[in-house]
Design a protein around this ligand. Structure first.
Ligand code: FES
Length: 123
């Protein structure tokens, strides 16, 4: 994907328009990073989280772009079924209740969804 006029310190995840309202999308780890990311368009905003469940640190999805409950109201972990509020990433049901997904600062510029180039890299 080519993206002109974008800051070099940012990673381009996709075109913002590629994520429809009520859908989610997975992204692989950045070079040198351990964790992948995922994004959700919810109530007109795109939120990005680290793809790591706070329960035991595994990816929330088993495969593909499916991070949402059947009614698309919440994020769900495929391993043990923890559920999270989309807007805050807080777990309200399951083994990690009260814990949070790690939010990633994201912005949309020139129609592209951008995150810090090292997002997901463990320090
Ligand atoms: S790994 Fe996500 S709920 Fe257990």
């Amino acid at each position: 994907m080519t993206a002109t006029f974008l800051p070099a310190e940012k990673r381009v995840l996709c075109r913002a328009a590629d994520i429809a309202e009520g859908t989610s999308k997975a992204f692989p780890p950045a070079p040198g990073a351990f964790f992948g990311l995922f994004a959700i368009r919810h109530a007109g905003r795109i939120l990005v989280y680290l793809n790591s469940c706070p329960h035991i640190g595994v990816p929330l999805n088993w495969s593909g772009d499916d991070f949402l409950t059947r009614d698309r109201a919440h994020i769900i972990c495929a391993t043990h079924g923890a559920e999270f509020f989309i807007a805050t990433g807080r777990c309200f049901s399951g083994p990690c209740i009260g814990d949070h997904l790690e939010p990633i600062i994201a912005e949309i510029k020139n129609g592209f969804l951008l995150v810090p180039h090292d997002a997901g890299r463990a320090d």
